[in-house]
Design a protein around this ligand. Sequence first.
Ligand code: DHB
Length: 390
Amino acid sequence: MKTRRTRLLTLLAAAAAAFVMTPARAQSDTVKIGVILPMTGAQASTGRQLDAAVKLWVAQHGSKVAGKTVEVIVKDDQSLPDQTRRLAQELVVNDKVVALAGMGITPSAMAVAPIATQSKTPLVVMAAATSSITEASPFVVRSSFTLPQVAVAIAEWAHKNNIKRTVTLVADYGPGFDAEKYFAERVTLNGGQVLEKLRTPLRAPDFAPVLQKVRDAKPEALFVFLPSGQGAAFMKQFGERGLDKAGVRLIATGDVTDDDQLADMGDVALGVISSHHYSADHPSAMNKKFVADFMAANKFRPNFMAMGGYDGMRIIYKALEASKGAGGEALLAGMKGQIFESPRGPVLIDAQTRDIVQDVYIRKVEKKDGQLWNVEFDVIKAMKDPGKQK
Ligand code: DHB
């Protein structure tokens, strides 16, 4: 009697399990993408740009991929790496996302990389740009850029323009170290000099003391890398302290003449030469459409962060098509080796390094129709990350 009852209970339990399994199976027609961004806090402009670009991609391309419904879940990490890690864990364990994406700053990407490895979840780094991020997990794929790419490009431009004596100023963390190292190496290799290497904190930097040091060192040019969002404050101080008038030429990565802030920088930004992978002024037909659609939806100009988000979504969508909606290794395989035309120009996701190979442009800030733009005038084609060529 007891055994019969046990058997009956087991059957009932199995039936109940089958019943609760049904909605779960129906749900497998949905694939979820977990995008973690700094929507508030010090890097909020990065989050705002990326979020707008992800939404634009979905608006243009729909929510159906490989017969499945794509659901994008956006979470705010306030650019605090402990939050990024916790949110990534929840997205993988509770939401069962097929891909993680976003990563506004390098420490966030580094905090999530072990979770990507352990759970075999592809992690599309859309913003962070320290070279070594792609080496932190075999599941990292990058749609942004690397600081060595753009630092080497501007160092070459300085050499060609007979600038010999330089000072560097970078944010005091991963991408800043890369910018400083690769700029200095190339300048020295070309027979130039770095007189001084200055750093400012990632959070709440004060540019006054370092600009005084620049003035004292009297270089021909100051090379600057600061994360997106700090360019306007820096440019204001540079002008107020009269460094431009003292004959110090400002050269930078495009993070400083950021399209998000460029329009409000004023004339001190005019003539600044920078190197970067994206300008909203890039003259291709595809970019003109991208900028027009983006501005119609958002009323602000897209910057390089938006580009990383837009192309990151492209990489995920195409990989989902290739894997027929499956995640894990199959999804990662679909990301490797993608070649496509982006609004920034032609790009390749290098299958070996999972890093982005792209054109790096030299640009000059110019005024057109009363607005400031980074106008591209030279290009280094198909540049690999110099950080991976050791
Ligand atoms: C990173 C952040 C930025 O805002 C930027 O412009 C470049 C790099 C980073 O943390 O990797």
